[in-house]
Write a protein that binds this ligand. Structure first.
Ligand code: ATP
Ligand code: MG
Ligand code: ZN
Length: 647
């Protein structure tokens, strides 16, 4: 029934549920009380959750956002729509938190993300920070803090040491950490030492609010002051409290205090003074910082630092840094080596910009740029171009002649430095932006993009001459070995009213004829019903397209039949996708038959009506089915025609 009120009861219950959730959230958000009330009403419901360390908290957040993929590995929804092609890196990051949460030694070392410029380090950290903020608003992510504490410390710090053993027995959780000097002084002066009266409230992490999420970026290292991290005496308050050593006269504005309970991001960490570094390493290792005048201040937070390779190499050169390195866990964040994933990055970055949204790009523009970028990231060596092209295709998940997907890991292991240098996503995006600004065109073709990249390389003063030549060569390779293949395929397909259907028919015919020859049978002509011998000439025509020799034809045919049988047994249809070489062969065979249309594009200076019609039908199919706009379709057609003339 389609009555307009049919949905009302449903909507009503949805509304009730949302109101219920809202009020629950509101109550949770507003939970506040004394430590005594907290121990009675809140703590017993989730003792483990409330006693979590920052590492455990992050690990729980990751797990809450996680799901298992088909291969059984834990993936994190948090990164899914934002970071592409660096699954291995993310997996290692997740493993780090898993180990640290379980109490492993790695939790006592500083996590350093190391990678080339604009390779996603900051994005990775930002996503974690946003994830933490959101998680702290959920039931599972509920955190509590002493109200008014400058480091929003855990209320469990109020539990006296002598009672902690009993606490462990009753609730099964370990209480660690000391009350901060501020709370110690307040407990004495305001509550006469009665810790059960100390105020507690729920904590929501927020970078903007400087709660549990902190960021430190070195500005000028020479003027950077350790006070940026740990605060300093607040002179305006000294007169009020009469003593510089009073914790209330201290300005608790440092980044390490803000980040307490959550995460501190240290940007370009190796640029900071060594004094900073020692402080941070001690903080991770001992969970405390020393501030003049005060005893050690207990702080629980996870430090996530990042740096680029150039800075890291410089750092390595100083012998005295070796001991520091020992106290860090280094996680490499390389560029992706899959051109398909790289293209997704460009898609993400361009779709958020108005200038790009107004411009049509032909369907291969981003992929060709990505193929170029990936080629520049391959390890320099004696590798030949052809080898690099194969690797690039392999890394993108394609099966290529002589290499299979099962070998990817072996190949990667041979080139450990791949992805640590080369063209960055930002370089490509900048080149694309320039192309758009300069041309003011509403349509950008792959060739326009290649030219823009060439300009960008040649005008970049940071790149030396040798590298420039090499990169320009990679542009040529990207065009020759990627673009030409793709654009030809589009045009080929567009030459047919229904390419898929005709290709499948041809494939079926090929299979019938092959089976007949192998079985020594005759074939029945579907129209005349006459029995005839298998069409060997047709078979050879198809096979010659992929250079199957006379002596090799038998084994090729047997293999095709075997695959077809396999598909049949699995209840699948044998299609072009089931057999890559046959796919190429059929495509080329069909294409040969339509070549004349393309010849018409170039041959007649003034095409007649019929020719014009044929050509515009092809262009229309390119627009309707293959993602071109009229301008790029025409360009592509002309381009393929020129290629054809050279064959
Ligand atoms: N693997 C990736 N997946 C998705 N986006 C990426 C990836 N790598 C880089 N980007 C995008 O490129 C841009 C630059 O990345 P980001 O700032 O995170 O890099 P970075 O490693 O911190 O660089 P830098 O060393 O210059 O600080 C961002 O907009 C980011 O979204
Ligand atoms: Mg960065
Ligand atoms: Zn405190």
């Amino acid at each position: 029934m389609n009555s307009p009120v049919a949905g009302v009861p449903q909507r009503h219950s949805d509304l009730l549920r949302s109101m219920h959730d809202f009020s629950k959230q509101h109550r949770a958000a507003n939970w506040a009380g004394t430590f005594g009330q907290f121990l009675e009403a809140v703590f017993p419901n989730d003792a483990r959750g409330i006693a979590r360390s920052s590492h455990q908290y992050i690990w729980d957040m990751i797990r809450a956002e996680g799901y298992e993929d088909a291969a059984g590995r834990l993936r994190c929804q948090l990164f899914e729509d934002e970071l592409f092609g660096i699954d291995d890196t993310i997996e290692r990051l997740v493993d780090y938190f898993k180990a640290a949460a379980a109490g492993s030694e790695v939790g006592r070392r500083l996590l350093l993300l190391l990678g080339p410029p604009s390779g996603g380090k900051s994005s990775l950290v930002i996503l974690l920070k946003r994830g933490l903020e959101e998680y702290s608003h959920t039931d599972a992510g509920a955190l509590y803090a002493i109200h008014g504490c400058p480091v929003h410390e855990s209320p469990l710090h109020l539990v006296p040491h002598t009672l902690r053993g009993q606490f462990r027995q009753t609730h099964g959780v370990e209480v660690s950490g000391e009350l901060c000097p501020y709370c110690v002084s307040r407990l004495g002066s305001e509550f006469g030492g009665d810790f059960m009266q100390m105020p507690v409230q729920r904590l929501f992490l927020s970078e903007a609010g400087r709660v549990g999420v902190g960021t430190y970026a070195p500005h000028d290292p020479t003027t950077a002051d350790i006070a940026d991290l740990v605060g300093s005496v607040d002179l305006s308050k000294v007169s009020e409290y009469g003593d510089e050593g009073d914790p209330r006269a201290w300005s608790w504005s440092g980044a390490v205090f803000a980040a307490s309970r959550g995460m501190l991001e240290m940007i370009e960490i190796l640029k900071v003074k060594r004094e900073f570094l020692y402080l941070l390493l001690t903080l991770t290792q001992e969970k405390n910082v020393k501030v003049s005048r005060f005893p050690l201040i207990h702080l629980d937070e996870t430090i996530l630092a990042h740096t680029n390779l150039a800075e890291f190499r410089k750092f390595l050169q100083e012998a005295e840094n070796e001991a520091l390195l020992d106290r860090m866990v280094i996680l490499q964040v390389p560029y992706t080596l899959s051109y398909k994933e790289e293209a997704r990055i460009y898609r993400k970055l361009t779709s958020s910009t108005q200038a790009f949204r107004d411009v049509h790009m032909d369907p291969h523009a981003l992929h060709v740029a990505a193929a170029f970028a990936v080629l520049t990231r391959m390890q320099e060596g004696e590798e030949h171009d052809a080898e690099n092209v194969k690797k690039a295709r392999l890394y993108a998940g394609e099966d290529v002649e002589g290499m299979s997907q099962s070998e990817v890991e072996k190949v990667r292991a041979r080139f450990p430095d791949e992805g640590l240098a080369g063209v960055s996503p930002r370089f490509v995006i900048n080149a694309l932006s320039n192309a758009i600004i300069q041309s003011r065109a509403k349509s950008l073709t792959t060739m326009d993009v290649l030219i823009a990249l060439k300009d960008a390389i040649e005008s970049d003063v940071r790149i030396d001459g040798k590298k420039k030549r090499k990169w320009v060569d990679f542009l040529v390779t990207a065009r020759k070995d990627f673009y030409n293949r793709w654009v030809k395929e589009d045009v080929h397909k567009a030459l047919f009213v229904s390419f898929e259907q005709e290709a499948q028919q041809l494939l079926d015919k090929y299979l019938d004829e092959v089976e007949a020859t192998l079985d020594n049978r005759t074939v029945k002509d579907p129209i005349t019903s006459e029995e005839r011998k298998p069409d060997e000439r047709f078979l050879r025509h198809v096979e010659e397209k992929i250079r199957i020799s006379e002596s090799g034809k038998l084994s090729f045919r047997q293999e095709v039949v075997r695959k077809a049988m396999g598909a049949f047994k699995r209840g699948e249809k044998f299609t072009l996708d089931s057999h890559a070489p046959l796919h190429d062969a059929v495509e080329q065979y069909l294409f040969e038959q339509r070549r004349d249309v393309l010849r018409l594009v170039s041959s007649s200076a003034r095409p007649d009506d019929e020719t014009r019609q044929k050509i515009s039908a092809v262009e229309k199919r390119m627009v309707d089915e293959y993602g071109y706009d009229p301008h790029s379709a025409r360009e592509a057609l002309n381009y393929v025609t020129t290629l054809l003339a050279q064959e």
